[in-house]
Design a protein around this ligand. Structure first.
Ligand code: AMP
Length: 422
């Protein structure tokens, strides 16, 4: 299968050639011709499958071929995404694939000043990538209107619902023209996603790329059981012992991220943090320093890490397991991208066994466990079986209570042993 057989325009094919994309991925093979034909789509595909190019290429193709030039404060294709990081990344994809095309792309999101965004929208943009909250702010201030809108894309729709954007999404949909093409991408088809799709899509083509196990086969996954308090020590040990190069580490909370970064820096390692408490410029700087190799260890929370696209990242470490099992799939989707091989190691303590079982149930696999010599846990990580169940150790029968003669009951006078027997 080649990109040209999918019917894409020459300038796009030349760009793909330059990028060395030799053949379309599975989601691209299914999605591109359907989008070019004007179908609505409901697609299950997670990060790493090439889904962004799966919609960006045909959207650019259609904007070149159909519709009038974009007018001021208008947009022709709206891409809704859950986070700022994903907005920047999707924008980058449009800029890369749309190189040399007479189309303008732009991204808007919260956490940064709204004024430059209002200025940029004045000229009108062909492709607008947006998080729902900031888009509504701009819409209410008349900085953007949707009279020329041809295509709506919802990227990582499940994540938008998880993050509580359902109301904002409904308000955005009300502002859009009903005659349009709508493309929905989601890692999973949950009940909430199906309801959303039923209200939003017209006779959609359903594409399900998620294999039996939702995680990419190119990623080697494993679990190292360890006591909670020794996780950081184990991570530092593995970093040196396994000669890991750059590592993306996930922790559960912002505090845990900061603490790990501080510990790593205190022993002379270059580490930086990405989490929601850090201002956007600091996050982008951390990501840029990681991408250039200046930073060896980037530590992130789940929300902040959505959409990070880092080429050639061989190593992901979960120092904590995520609370929401789907986040595991997104975390390890940062490695093993587009056929490259990667490794995801999870350091798991006994109290996380429920999360581990949920991940294994969701991804339909039992993660192999490897003990690390010197780090065997005192608190044993219970076994899990297929289907996400936990095998509990049978409880030992309680020993019958033997009344001690050491401490007499309150109010009793201890007179040797004899008072017990009376
Ligand atoms: P995505 O799943 O959209 O996050 O894309 C994952 C990565 O795969 C990105 O770094 C893309 O640049 C890359 N990619 C997408 N499509 C192809 C392709 N057909 N051939 C090679 N790399 C690709």
């Amino acid at each position: 299968m080649t990109f040209s057989s999918l019917g894409l325009l020459d300038p796009l094919l030349r760009t793909l050639d330059r990028l060395n994309y030799s053949s379309p991925t599975a989601v691209q093979t299914e999605a591109i011709p359907a989008i070019l034909k004007g179908r609505d789509l409901m697609t299950a595909a997670q990060t790493g499958t090439g889904k962004t190019a799966g919609f960006a290429l045909p959207v650019l193709h259609k904007l070149l071929q159909e519709g009038p030039r974009v007018a001021s404060n208008q947009t022709r294709a709206l891409i809704l995404v859950p986070t700022r990081e994903l907005a920047e990344q999707v924008l980058q994809s449009f800029i890369t694939y749309g190189d040399q095309l007479p189309l303008r792309s732009y991204a808007v999101y919260g956490g940064v000043s709204i004024n430059p965004q209002m200025m940029a929208l004045r000229k009108g943009v062909d492709v607008l990538v947006a998080t729902p909250g900031r888009l509504l702010d701009l819409y209410r201030q008349n900085a953007v209107t949707f009279g020329q809108l041809q295509i709506l894309v919802l990227d990582e729709a499940d994540r938008m619902l998880d993050l509580g954007f359902a109301d904002e999404l409904q308000q955005v949909f009300c502002a859009l023209p009903s005659k349009r093409q709508t493309l929905l991408f989601s890692a999973t088809f949950s009940a909430a996603i199906r309801t959303l799709a039923a209200n939003l899509l017209r006779d959609p083509l359903i594409i399900d790329i998620s294999p039996d196990t939702m995680t990419a086969a190119t990623v080697t996954q494993s679990v190292i059981p360890v006591d909670k308090k020794r996780k950081v020590e184990l991570f530092v040990h593995l970093l040196a012992n396994r000669r890991w190069g750059q590592v993306l580490v996930f922790a559960k909370t912002r505090n845990a991220v900061d603490q790990l970064v501080q510990t790593l820096q205190s022993i002379g390692l270059s580490a930086d943090a990405i989490h929601g408490d850090r201002p956007q410029p600091a996050r982008l700087r951390a990501l840029a320093r990681f991408k250039t190799g200046e930073v060896q260890v980037l530590v992130a929370t789940d929300v902040a890490a959505r959409g990070l696209d880092i080429d050639d990242l061989p190593q992901v470490v979960n120092i904590d397991l995520p609370i929401v099992a789907e986040d595991y799939v997104h975390r390890i989707g940062r490695t093993g991208r587009a056929g490259a091989s990667g490794e995801a190691v999870s350091l798991v303590s006994a109290d996380e066994v429920d999360q581990l079982a949920a991940i294994e149930a969701l991804t339909n696999q039992i993660l192999p466990r490897h003990d690390e010599p010197g780090f065997l846990p005192v608190h044993r990580l219970p076994a899990t079986v297929s289907g996400g169940q936990i095998i509990k150790k049978p409880k030992k029968p309680k020993k019958p209570k033997v009344t001690s003669n050491k401490s007499p009951g309150k109010g009793k006078i201890h007179l040797g042993n004899w008072f017990e027997s009376d």
